[in-house]
Design a protein around this ligand. Structure first.
Ligand SMILES: CC(C)(COP(=O)(O)OP(=O)(O)OC[C@H]1O[C@@H](n2cnc3c(N)ncnc32)[C@H](O)[C@@H]1OP(=O)(O)O)[C@@H](O)C(=O)NCCC(=O)NCCS
Ligand SMILES: [Zn+2]
Length: 187
């Protein structure tokens, strides 16, 4: 088992794991998997099998509000200054194939992406997780990595899910997902 940077070789399997774990059509077109500038995506693989992936990016200057989908009225000063400086790292997705969950792969991916973002200049990091009724508890992992819980928000996924563009794993007649945000100060 090893951790690598994502390449197009893993595109199909990343999409399959995302569909199974995060919801059908989580990623739009294949070409959009690593679409935003300054994106870093890591995969954990065993020979030719993908066990999981994690992706995030360094936000552009003053990119925080867009990232939070303009759903947050109050941003603490310390986050504000990192946002102005363009020193904000975000962890946007994390998924491990069900057969390999609970074996440390998720923690391995997160900590490597964390270090990569810090290496690229992130002074503050936000990690967001799409969350629903049957989601794996993530608080323990985040606490061990020194993140604190910040916010729980609705997300655009809910609209996409209710419009049929995307389907959550836990969906009933309506979408019941939201997003959990954790934050960490590096400097
Ligand atoms: C969340 C996820 C990425 C974690 O990766 P992982 O490789 O399974 O996790 P690790 O083995 O590194 O970490 C183990 C932790 O996850 C918990 N965990 C993992 N699989 C679990 C399962 N099937 N049921 C309950 N807990 C589970 C462990 O209890 C442990 O938590 P603890 O530290 O509080 O004891 C992965 O389980 C996943 O993709 N889950 C589906 C998507 C999801 O629910 N995401 C979370 C949204 S909030
Ligand atoms: Zn949904």
């Amino acid at each position: 088992m090893e951790y690598q940077e994502y390449t197009a070789h893993w595109q199909r399997q990343v999409r399959l794991v995302a569909d199974r774990v995060l919801g059908t059509h989580y990623f739009g077109k294949s070409s959009e998997i690593v679409r935003e500038p300054n994106t870093h995506m890591l995969v954990c693989v065993d020979k030719d099998e993908l066990l999981g992936f994690c992706h995030g990016r360094l936000l552009p200057k003053r990119g925080l509000r867009d990232y939070l989908e303009h759903r947050v009225d109050f941003v603490p000063d310390s986050l504000e200054s990192a946002d102005t400086a363009g020193a904000f790292g975000v962890i946007q997705s994390l998924a491990v194939a069900p057969e390999y969950q609970g074996k440390g792969v998720g923690t391995g991916l997160l900590s490597r992406l964390h270090d990569l973002l810090v290496g690229h200049g992130a002074d503050k990091i936000i990690a967001s997780f799409k969350h629903g009724p049957s989601s794996t508890p993530i608080h323990g992992i985040m606490k061990r990595m020194d993140f604190e819980f910040w916010l729980r928000l609705e997300t655009n996924f809910r609209d996409r899910c209710n419009e049929g563009e995307f389907t959550c794993p836990d969906r009933t007649d309506q979408c019941n997902c939201d997003a959990l945000f954790f934050r960490k100060t590096i400097y």
